[in-house]
Design a binder for this molecule. Structure first.
Ligand SMILES: Nc1ncnc2c1ncn2[C@@H]1O[C@H](COP(=O)(O)OP(=O)(O)O)[C@@H](O)[C@H]1O
Ligand SMILES: [Mg+2]
Length: 281
């Protein structure tokens, strides 16, 4: 089930075609096209309110957003029909712009359950379980879990006390973001979306979080970094940079494009694009 279409050697891709989505009856995404292949890092920039978080939430399957047109394929599977949980089991991960706290659930217990669920995977061809029957839980031996956790905590330079604390309760901005990256490292997704992982971080925290992301990057992982500022891209070098405006990707370029956007500012960039468009009509 790794890749559908019968080709186990095809690279894993997230393919978004002409995606339109609304929230509370208001159209936010107005025709997004984007393809990310594993091993690549894409940056999605754009002014506030342009639809970046909406795109992240729609990819992950947040029920509040209604897709009205277009498609999203992952591993050749149309994921729009899948619940968020199944999308995660397929290998998509989203680090939230505003991670919520979960009082009473420790980081360690949460990670254990999340890793177990991910390991169960999702097979679109598997027969549905008879109704009323709980799906079999594939447990993970505690020693194995502990070993993986220790390894990832070392990689991300996370303090040992972290895992017994309740998720995000009383966490600083930097700690919340590190908890998200630790989760990503544990889950080993094939497509990771980081929504403003840089927001609210000072330079030291940003460097630590970026090093964490870089430590889990590799040929199997596709990354979409959503950011308002190009600053994080000094640490995590993207292959492709896109700018979103009013629910569409209006321009894409290489690494240097982010620097250009930063120097020029969104207002001037969008003004120039609109003038170009007017000139060609
Ligand atoms: N859950 C929601 N309920 C109502 N409006 C929303 C919701 N999510 C996003 N929007 C609206 O959609 C637009 C795009 O928001 P968002 O995707 O958060 O942009 P960005 O992440 O680029 O700042 C904004 O006008 C915002 O008010
Ligand atoms: Mg946002």
């Amino acid at each position: 089930m790794e890749n559908s279409n019968g080709n186990p050697n095809a690279p894993v891709q997230l393919i978004i075609k002409d995606l339109h989505a609304s929230v509370e009856g208001k159209e936010i995404l107005r025709g997004v096209n984007l393809t990310i292949t594993q091993g690549e890092t894409h940056a999605l920039m754009g002014p506030n309110g342009s639809g970046k978080s909406t795109l992240a939430n729609v990819i992950m399957g947040h029920p509040k957003y209604e897709v009205t047109q277009g498609e999203i394929l992952f591993k050749g599977i149309n994921i729009l029909e899948l619940s968020a949980d199944k999308r995660a089991r397929l290998g998509i991960f989203l680090a939230f712009q505003y991670p919520s706290s979960v009082p009473g659930v420790s980081v360690g217990n949460f990670l254990r359950r999340a890793v177990e669920a991910k390991r169960e995977g999702y097979d679109p061809n598997a027969p549905a379980a008879p109704s009323g029957e709980m799906p079999k839980r594939k447990g993970m031996p505690p020693a194995e879990f502990r070993k993986l956790l220790n390894q990832k905590m070392q990689l991300l330079k996370v303090d040992n006390t972290f895992i017994s604390r309740y998720i995000n309760e009383g966490f600083s901005g930097g700690e919340k973001k590190r908890a998200e990256i630790l989760q990503m490292a544990m889950l080993q997704p094939e497509m990771a979306i980081l929504d403003e992982t840089d927001s609210g971080l000072d330079v030291d925290a940003l460097r630590i979080v970026s090093e964490g992301v870089n430590a889990v990057r590799g040929p199997n992982l596709g990354v979409l970094i959503i950011t308002h500022y190009q600053r994080i891209l000094d640490y995590i070098t993207p292959d492709v940079v896109h700018v979103m405006y009013k629910g569409r990707i209006v321009k894409s370029g290489g690494r240097e494009f982010a620097l250009e956007v930063d120097k020029q500012g969104y207002e001037l960039l969008i003004q120039a694009l609109e003038e170009d468009e007017a000139a060609t009509v």
